[in-house]
Design a protein around this ligand. Sequence first.
Ligand code: G3P
Ligand code: CA
Length: 278
Amino acid sequence: MKKFASILMIALVFTTYLFSGSTASADEMVTMKEKKQVLNIAHRGASGYAPENTMAAFDKAVEMKADMFELDVQMSKDGKLVVIHDTTVDRTTDGTGNVRDLTYEELKKLDAGSWFNEEFAGEKIPTLGEVLDAYRGKIGILIEVKSPSLYPGIEQKIADELIERNLHKPANEKIIVQSFNHESMAKFHHLLPSVPVGVLVGYSPDGISDEQLMDFASYADYVNPSKSMVTSELVDRIHAFGMKTHPWTVRDRNSADFLLQAGVDGIITDYPDYVDFD
Ligand code: G3P
Ligand code: CA
């Protein structure tokens, strides 16, 4: 019933918008944001302003009043869940090598801040547990399972971290788990059905078919495509299948405006201030 009401409201906003011309005024966009509560999601933390996937970037997301931050999870050689984007440590730390070939003790010695700016020297690669403990209740957390085929069993480990903290039950604490690996997300959904799941979709000229949407809807709550694929028609189709959409990655104000007008439910951005229409 709740889902139906929200779809109806979205359809009404969209129809009103459709008949009002092709561009929305700033006031109309504020109204749309308020009605739909478009989520402002800081990508890898507020990674335009602080080194991605570090506590500094997550602190910045909280400070900038983002609704959620996104992070990337992988696994160390000794099975610890660590927060880092690339499958190697080369780009974002002073070390070298594959994340999966380094122990947690080795990973935690690395400097994950200096590459971005000397002012962040000494930032560490956090564990998923540290991030959940530090930010739960303060801001929503969008967990991306990065390259799960490299880490057999990572879905169960993430589920365990959430269960251990009682974060697997629907509550005020917003947690979503997403991945480009859709098999992994179907698996996660079956392990922990109470935690919403998202499928990430990279750009394809073929778009996303109804067959794909129907398959996604059997286990996912969100379809999160590259912003380059988004049209208001795609957003409507995702909604028609009962799911929401949080496209990525916004790095300019025009893209944020475009996505808002297309009727998305959240915007994943390196710059949370670009998604602030107040
Ligand atoms: O949350 C979406 C986005 O993070 C997916 O791309 O490469 O930044 O992890 P990537
Ligand atoms: Ca990511």
